[in-house]
Design a protein around this ligand. Structure first.
Ligand code: NDP
Length: 346
């Protein structure tokens, strides 16, 4: 029914799954050896997935690895990375997938532009709508647990001009005390902030995080960037870190009182099956059957038989779509993930 196109964000994970895919009597490959071959492997299906809904419906999918190298995400590798994503979509087409999610960086590469694939008998999505639903539900739940009332909170969005960042601010704009918006491109940020101000909302923005961070009761970080610098966090701030590589995780050491959780994640209460079972080799999760919102979005599209490109482009995610996706998620037994970060469950 569906295909998930993805990439890995670190070499130890890659080493683990590459060695798991090889037969047991072969010697383990070192990371150095794997680095020499990994980027040359053409995109291909790695394992099949089976997911069952409490409604009784069962769907089947395949995970297609792009073999994009985790340390080659910068602009100078853009052309070869885009080609890898296109080859992965071809692989999904060959495998007769009807619905395809471009996971993480792979959708950012195409900027959600799926025009080249219109003649294929398949629909595509970035998965950003359900990711946004889980980010927002996570923030609402954390605020409640920490006795914060949203309309008294200042909410900082890092990556405010991105697809998920804009979806979050459009959803929250009438319900929080003030939105603090941050991105690196000043003109884009200014245009977006001015648009929200004209709509009558209380907005503050800056390309310098330190102008905003000390005021933020809640931070939503959805930037596609490494090494985000932030120093002055408010005491006991709630941080939803949903970006990759993890945007603010390294701040945990210096700011022990903040509540930082990995956002945008769901938990499939009915479980899932991977064939062969590489679950242990792909990601570390401190709880069973967790999944990225983007991947779960295509699963829900398959359950619901949605034959249209669901999340596309930048800035097209509406409140109605966010709510609808979350409704489908609950209907098919997929809940917001428990709070966790790299140290474990919170
Ligand atoms: P976009 O590329 O559309 O947006 C990224 C945003 O981040 C832009 O506003 C960009 O603006 C900003 N940005 C990048 N670097 C910085 C920085 N150092 N400081 C401040 N702002 C920055 O990405 P998406 O909205 O599609 O995705 C956002 C993140 O969410 C990604 O990291 C992605 O991997 C992750 N994601 C997580 C999912 C999940 O399931 N948990 C699913 C899908 C995506 P500018 O260039 O002006 O700085």
């Amino acid at each position: 029914d569906f295909a998930v196109i993805g990439h890995q964000d670190n070499w130890p994970n890659i080493q683990s799954f590459i060695n798991a895919m090889r037969t047991t009597d072969l010697e383990e490959l070192s990371i150095e050896k794997i680095k020499g071959i990994y980027g040359y492997i053409p995109p291909r299906g790695i394992f099949k997935m089976r997911v069952k809904s409490p409604t009784g419906k069962e769907i089947n999918g395949v995970y297609i690895e792009t073999f994009i190298e985790p340390d080659q995400l910068e602009a100078q590798h853009l052309r070869s990375n885009i080609q890898k994503v296109k080859n992965a979509i071809e692989a999904a087409h060959t495998l007769k997938a009807k619905m395809v999610i471009l996971g993480g960086f792979t959708s950012i590469l195409l900027e959600g532009n799926f025009k080249d694939f219109e003649s294929y008998n398949m629909v595509l999505t970035t998965g950003n709508t359900l990711t946004t639903s889980y980010v927002l539900k996570g923030v609402e739940k954390a605020a409640k647990e920490h006795q914060l009332v949203l309309n008294e909170c200042k909410v900082l969005i890092i990556g405010a001009t991105g697809d998920i960042g804009m979806a979050c601010s459009n959803y929250l704009k009438g319900t929080v005390k003030q939105l603090l918006l941050c991105a690196r491109n000043r003109i884009r940020l200014e245009n977006y902030a001015d648009q929200l101000k004209r709509e009558g909302y209380d907005i503050k923005y800056s390309i310098d995080l330190d102008d905003l961070a000390a005021e933020a009761d809640i931070i939503i970080s959805v930037a596609s960037s490494q090494g985000i610098k932030i120093s002055n966090l408010k005491k006991a701030a709630i941080i939803c870190d949903a970006g990759y590589p993890k945007n603010l995780e390294d701040k945990l050491e210096q700011h022990t009182d903040v509540f930082l959780f990995h956002g945008g994640m769901g938990q499939l209460t009915n479980g899932y099956t991977f064939i062969p079972d590489y679950t242990a080799h792909f990601y570390y999760y401190p709880a069973p059957f967790l999944g990225h919102g983007c991947i779960i979005e295509v699963i829900l599209m398959a359950f619901e038989g949605i034959m249209e490109n669901y999340s596309t482009g930048r800035g097209n995610i509406t409140k109605e779509k966010i709510d609808k996706m979350y409704h489908w998620s609950r209907k098919h037994g997929i809940e917001l993930a428990p709070f966790y970060n790299s140290k474990g469950l919170l």
